[in-house]
Design a protein around this ligand. Structure first.
Ligand SMILES: Cc1cc2nc3c(=O)[nH]c(=O)nc-3n(C[C@H](O)[C@H](O)[C@H](O)COP(=O)(O)O)c2cc1C
Length: 363
């Protein structure tokens, strides 16, 4: 039996399995394996987005791919990073300096997206323009998509995808004319709302009306894909799944942490961005949980505050502190695999789950 739903024909893919990652190599492998790749470009500068889209277009040779940006509902107008740094509270700067000293974090030698500028409305507008002018097939947004933006993306011939974590957001996305809604539950890696995937998906399906829905958050095995279809979704959207793929090629230190992790090894923390995000538990999350730690700053100031130390941690692979966004389904990713192997496993397990349901129900 071929694992396919109407969304496959609509989006031009073999399997209703969508994947978000910040790695071009994962995107290319996922598209070739029959899934729908969506590149997370929130940390890319506009000129990088144009170049990244070009590579995906060439390597995928006609297969569709999407680009995801984070619409900064709560970021300011200030584009001068130094002014923003100067305005941060001294208590927070001292805390971060204390972490750097305690864990011997060397300074980064290369700038990163977060250590070189600050998120602003202007930057987002430039990222959006680069995305719409690129060869991307769709445009996805994590935090709401205003109707004018949907109209603008459609005028460029792009499909629009909105990630939502609550039923009221789904109704808004539907009314604004979005093509596809991703219902992302609490199990998910990265920024997440408080409603669990099982409770969320059927509510979003109901609110979405005729708009197809994908289930996200906690999908790590084919049984989750079969369950997602039973909940009324037309497919699934995965993020954690690709972190331990050979193509993602995260640092060895981080990969080993993720391969050993269980569902108990992630937690919701405000320390990453100022908004609740599910991360792998590390000394980084522990330190910010301490009573003596300051309350993380709001978005985008927390990432301005931590940009330099995070750049140092990642570049020099500082074992106790290195982390990434990670969902509870990390437990199903305990061996380094290629994206193609992950896809084949998911598809085969989904078919086994369908067969199991048939056996159980005698249907
Ligand atoms: C490492 C990582 C980075 C993520 N970055 C983004 C992002 O930039 N934009 C976005 O819309 N979602 C992002 N997400 C969330 C995913 O799009 C997806 O909804 C989520 O991973 C699904 O849950 P799962 O992690 O259980 O598969 C990220 C998730 C992870 C694990």
């Amino acid at each position: 039996m071929e694992l396919a739903t109407p969304i496959c024909k609509e989006m031009g893919i073999r399997y209703p399995i969508f994947g978000l990652a910040h790695s071009i190599d994962v995107m290319v492998a996922l598209g070739k394996a029959g899934g729908y790749p969506v590149f997370g470009a929130a940390r890319s500068m506009p000129e990088e987005i144009a170049a990244e889209a070009k590579i995906m277009q060439e390597e995928l040779d006609g297969l569709p791919f999407g680009i995801d940006l984070m619409i900064p509902a709560s970021v300011g107008e200030e584009t001068d990073r130094k002014k923003v740094v100067d305005s941060l509270p001294q208590e927070h700067k001292d805390f971060v300096a204390g972490l750097a000293e305690k864990y011997h974090v060397p300074e980064a030698t290369k700038p990163t997206f977060f250590s070189s500028q600050t998120r602003s409305q202007q930057l987002f507008e430039e990222q959006m323009a680069a995305t719409l002018e690129s060869g991307t097939h769709s445009f996805a947004s994590a935090v709401g998509m205003p109707p004018e933006m949907i109209g603008r993306a459609k005028r460029y011939g792009k499909k629009t995808i909105s990630l939502v974590g609550a039923p009221r957001h789904a109704a808004k996305a539907r009314d604004a004319g979005v093509d596809l809604i991703v219902a992302q539950g609490y199990d998910a890696g990265g920024h997440t709302g408080p409603i669990g995937t099982f409770s969320l998906v059927p509510q979003i399906v109901k609110a979405a009306g005729d708009i197809p829905v994908l289930a996200a958050g906690g999908v790590g095995h084919g049984c989750h894909i079969a369950a997602s279809l039973a909940l009324g979704a037309q497919g699934v959207w995965l993020g954690t799944a690709w972190l331990t793929s050979k193509e993602h090629a995260l640092s060895d230190v981080l990969t080993q942490k993720l391969l050993k992790a269980t569902s108990l090894d992630t937690e919701i923390s405000y320390s990453h961005s100022g908004k609740p995000a599910r991360l792998i538990k590390t000394a980084w999350t522990e330190e910010w949980n301490k009573e003596s730690a300051p309350t993380p700053l709001s978005m985008p100031y927390q990432q301005v505050l931590t940009a330099d130390i995070i750049a140092g941690i990642n570049e020099h692979e500082v074992e106790p502190l290195i982390y990434d966004a990670t969902g509870q389904c990390i437990v199903w990713f305990n061996e380094l695999k290629t994206v193609d192997e992950i896809m084949k496993r998911l598809v085969s397990e989904t078919n086994d789950s369908f067969a199991n349901i048939t056996r159980l129900t005698g249907a």
